[in-house]
Write a protein that binds this ligand. Structure first.
Ligand code: PLP
Length: 463
């Protein structure tokens, strides 16, 4: 096969051209492929590396959209899926049961966040991707109040400004990122958005904790204003990931927990991106010592091998659906609910957490990330370097001043992306925020490569 200029294409070039003839890629302006936005053909994965058709390696610094935990093609997870595939690949989960779904539910409930004096999360409802998990939690919260019968006005959800919960219509309704949301606004249900506790928005000299307290005060106000109209509050604990890896003080989560209790509404913790060790603890809620009423998990749940989501609920919520009437039951379902292959992958991933003492290793890796990123803070256009566990973000602003973001048309992030990709690192900036969210198996040499390429990408993009 030959290129438009007549040159002979190599293996990667052939895949690129076949791809662009038939695929419509997610989150992509297809017109920018391949000239503005390069397309990286991947033949294999190995640990933190993506391997090209010619054997060239690219470091996956974003864990393939935050799903990969223990590395690509991790042999223990691959073997678990293969075993399960020759045992039971799928069965309808309405009316049937299978061991991986049961065992995974038991193990998730055993490690779920706990708070003294609260009834534990005690039920698992499966879905097959993060957005679907959010839909489940929203519908459960709403339906619970309907079943109770005395709350006909409770139709609204509170969410945070700059939050993200997925792309389906319900999940998008509680998200606040204009780029994804604005065009669909006429289709979305009404939500109430509370100010983000984002420490990047702190006033000059204000601590992250004081900023969090201010946001909690504003939330208290909003909840009073909408008393009796709200079923639940949904948030991403500790890090608003898609919103630019913006981080907040755990004091905010403690206040939110109290406020939800005072108002008798459910707290939905969306740990789809931050769960499974990403923030330093198994779950982000642990760092605030709080337990949500509904916990949404996906992304890293299967170690990044297969799509699966789990929504963990309390007995109080579960019991609200027990009745003689079918309409009071939670009739939500997805064809692949609790898929055995995905559950087997998730069980293998949990085994690796124990076998490799992953959380302890991550603490050392996170320290190394901090050390390697420290010099980047001194670069002229770096406004902030922030970190929560295995997430490290570098925000670029004109002159390094928070008040002067770069003109979006300069596409600083895209320049950094192209620069890094040419040097063997897959960074995928969110606007002008570069971040490291690597597979947990990343080693020292790979981290050094990542830091060096990030530094040169920042210099090149902001020059
Ligand atoms: C990715 C993400 C989702 C949506 O998950 P999908 O599997 O992409 O639908 C929801 N919430 C958060 C916080 C996410 O990062």
């Amino acid at each position: 096969m030959s290129n438009h200029d007549g040159s002979i294409l190599d293996e990667a070039g052939r895949w690129r051209s076949r791809d662009l003839a038939v695929l419509w890629h997610p989150c992509t302006q297809m017109r920018e492929h391949p000239d503005v936005m390069p397309l990286l053909p991947v033949a294999r994965g190995n640990g933190a590396w993506l391997v090209g058709h010619d054997g060239s390696r690219t470091l996956d610094a974003v864990s393939s959209w935050w799903v990969n935990l223990h590395g690509h093609a991790e042999p223990r997870i691959a073997a678990a899926i293969a075993r399960q595939a020759t045992t039971l690949e799928q069965v309808i989960l309405a009316g049937c049961s299978h061991p991986p779904a049961v065992e995974l539910a038991e193990r998730l409930l055993a490690i779920a966040p706990r708070q003294a004096g609260r009834a534990r999360l005690s039920r698992v409802f499966y879905a097959d991707n993060g957005s679907a998990g959010i839909e489940v939690a929203l519908k459960m919260a709403f339906h619970w109040f309907r079943n109770r019968g005395d709350e006909p006005r409770r139709t609204k959800f509170v969410a945070l400004q700059n939050g993200y919960h997925g792309e389906t219509i319900g999940a998008l309704s509680v998200g606040d990122i204009p780029l994804y949301r604005r065009i669909y606004a006429p289709l979305l249900m009404e939500a109430v958005f509370a100010p983000s506790p984002d420490a990047f928005l702190a006033r000059e000299g204000q601590s992250a904790e004081a900023c969090a307290e201010d946001a909690a005060d504003a939330l208290a106000h909003l909840l009073d204003e909408h008393a009796g109209e709200i079923c639940a509050l949904v948030l991403e604990p500790l890090v608003q990931c898609a919103g630019g890896m913006r981080m907040h003080h755990p004091a905010y989560l403690r206040r939110v927990r109290e406020l939800c209790d005072v108002h008798g509404i459910f707290l939905i913790a969306d740990e789809i991106a931050v769960g499974f060790g990403r923030t330093g603890t198994m779950f982000a809620c642990e760092q605030a010592g709080i337990q949500p009423d509904l916990l949404c998990l996906s992304k890293g749940l299967t170690g990044g091998f297969l799509p699966l989501a789990a929504v963990l609920a309390t007995d109080a919520i579960y019991e609200g659906f027990l009745d003689d009437s079918r309409e009071r039951a939670f009739l939500h379902s997805h064809s692949y609910t609790g898929n055995p292959l995905a559950c087997a992958a998730a069980l293998a991933s949990l085994d690796i957490f124990a076998a490799d003492d992953v959380l302890a290793r991550n603490r050392r890796t996170a320290e190394r990330m901090a050390t390697l990123a420290a010099p980047l803070a001194a670069l002229p256009h770096v406004a902030d370097v922030r970190q929560t566990g295995m997430i490290l973000a570098i925000e670029l602003c004109e002159g390094g001043r928070r008040a002067t973001p770069f003109e979006p048309s300069r596409r600083i992030g895209l320049h950094a992306y192209r620069h890094a990709l040419e040097r063997g690192v897959l960074l995928r900036p969110l606007g002008d925020v570069l971040y490291w969210m690597p597979p947990y198996c990343i080693d020292d040499a790979q981290l050094e490569l990542l830091a060096a390429v990030t530094g040169s990408a920042i210099e090149a993009a902001t020059a």
